[in-house]
Structure formats: structure tokens, C-alpha cells
Design a protein around this ligand. Structure first.
Ligand SMILES: C[S@@+](CC[C@H](N)C(=O)[O-])C[C@H]1O[C@@H](n2cnc3c(N)ncnc32)[C@H](O)[C@@H]1O
Length: 228
């Protein structure tokens, strides 16, 4: 982290000191940086839970993002990220250097630069690949993955693809990402994952506007230790 960033986010935290072991940032420091960078209302906090999903610390980032009334997706792609989503995620992860956009579609790389993967070559991704195998993607190089799969069979038909098996995608990510890497998975479903591969460190509800579906950005962290 830069000295400036360190000063900004290392202020005494009001909640968890649970450290994100790779970067040294606590969950509260991520939230502090989110507020500072985006200037959006304080909508996230560090919650306690002894639920089976959570890591030993029993702490996680919880809250809701109300995405505002800018409904247009810049690229015009059906199902593109809502305006402001990438800016918010970026602000939560100021320590990340190598971002991978999985199911990238026509993601706005100006908002969050990174490499892109999509099964559809017409979207001009860096890697044309199936998220269920990712044979051509050097996953080990990435410390943050954003995933935005089709949410249903009907959505998949819009992209002329079959519905993805979420658990298969998570297993591939778990096998090849390095310890400490994070995955921000935007969906209407909590994907099945292996507890020996991932901890959940956050769940943020995404509210767009009336008649739009509710979604959740689930934040996973690859556990330290040998890849399985
Ligand atoms: C919801 S859109 C993503 C939109 C993107 N977030 C954006 O802002 O433009 C889902 C994308 O997943 C891609 N896709 C569908 N099945 C896939 C698969 N098995 N592997 C990789 N990409 C896939 C589709 O081609 C589509 O571009």
C-alpha cells in the first residue's frame, strides 16, 4: 500500500481487526477506504456471525448498496454491471494489482482495469474461455476476480450460452487462485463452494430500482495453504 493510502485506511477501526492476511488490510480498513474513495453513504459494516459459512474469525462485511437512479448500462449489454458497481468494488480493494473480470461481457475497464474472460469471442476478451475450465487463463497471477455469470437459464439464452454450473467455476477458482485472492461474485444465488478452499468475508445486497431483481455480491477469500 502507498504511504498515503496507509495513512487513510489504518485509522483505528471501530469494529473488527480481523486481518486480511495477504495485504494486511482489515475488513474495517476496506470499508473506511470505500467511504473515503467513493463518498457514498456509509452502508457497510463489519458484522459478527457464527454461521457455518464464515471463517474462524466470524467477522464479515455486510450491508446494502442502493445503486441510484442511473439505470443505463454504459455498454448497452443486457445484464451489464450497474452504474457505480465497479467503482465501489475497486474502493474496497485498493491493495489489488491484478484483476480478472470473469464472464466479462463488455465490462467498463476504465472503471476497474484488468484482464477479461468470456466464452463469446465477439466481446473481445483477453481470454476466450469457458469459466468452468479456464484452461487458457493464468489464474495464479490474479489477486481479485470479479464474476458476473448469467443468473438463470433465460439469462443464459440471451447470451446464447448454456447455464453455468456455479460450483464447477468455484472449484476451478479454488484450485488455482493463490491464498489471499478474493472473488466478488454477483448473483441471485450463493454459489456452492468448498470450505477448505474459500472463506466468505462479505455479502453486500445490491438494490437497483423498482422492478429490478435483488442481487448479492458475495465476497470470497481463497484460504491460505496448498491448493487443492
Ligand atoms: C451478465 S453478462 C456479464 C456482463 C458484464 N458484467 C458487463 O458489465 O458487461 C454474462 C456474460 O457471461 C458470458 N458467459 C456465459 N457463459 C459463460 C461461460 N461458460 N464462460 C465464460 N463466459 C460465459 C456471456 O457471454 C456474457 O457476456
Amino acid at each position: 500500500m502507498t504511504a498515503q493510502l496507509t495513512k487513510a485506511v489504518m485509522a483505528p477501526s471501530i469494529a473488527s481487526e480481523t486481518t486480511d492476511t495477504t495485504s494486511g488490510m482489515t475488513l474495517q480498513q476496506r470499508i473506511n477506504n470505500y467511504c473515503k474513495e467513493t463518498k457514498y453513504p456509509r452502508a457497510l459494516f463489519v458484522g459478527d456471525d457464527d454461521d457455518l459459512f464464515l471463517s474462524e474469525g466470524g467477522k464479515w462485511i455486510v450491508g446494502t448498496w442502493v445503486m441510484g437512479n442511473c439505470y443505463q448500462v454504459k455498454s448497452g449489454l443486457y445484464g451489464g454491471y450497474p452504474h457505480g458497481y465497479l467503482k465501489r468494488v475497486k474502493a474496497l480493494f485498493p491493495d489489488k494489482r491484478n484483476v480478472l473480470h470473469l464472464f466479462s461481457g463488455k465490462v467498463d475497464l476504465a472503471a476497474l482495469p484488468g484482464k477479461t474472460v468470456d466464452i463469446n469471442a465477439e466481446n473481445s476478451p483477453d481470454y476466450v474461455d469457458d469459466a468452468q475450465t479456464l484452461e487458457h487463463v493464468p489464474l495464479e497471477q490474479f489477486d481479485l476476480v470479479l464474476a458476473d455469470p448469467p443468473y438463470s437459464v433465460e439469462d443464459a439464452m440471451r447470451y446464447q450460452t448454456t447455464m453455468v454450473q456455479r460450483n464447477v467455476v468455484m472449484r476451478v477458482l479454488g484450485q488455482r487462485l493463490r491464498g489471499g485472492a478474493h472473488v466478488c461474485w454477483l448473483d441471485q444465488v450463493l454459489p456452492m463452494f468448498r470450505k477448505d478452499q474459500f472463506d466468505i468475508i462479505g455479502a453486500i445486497g445490491i438494490v437497483k430500482s423498482t422492478n429490478h431483481r435483488f442481487r448479492v455480491c458475495t465476497i470470497f477469500r481463497r484460504r491460505e495453504g496448498k491448493n487443492k
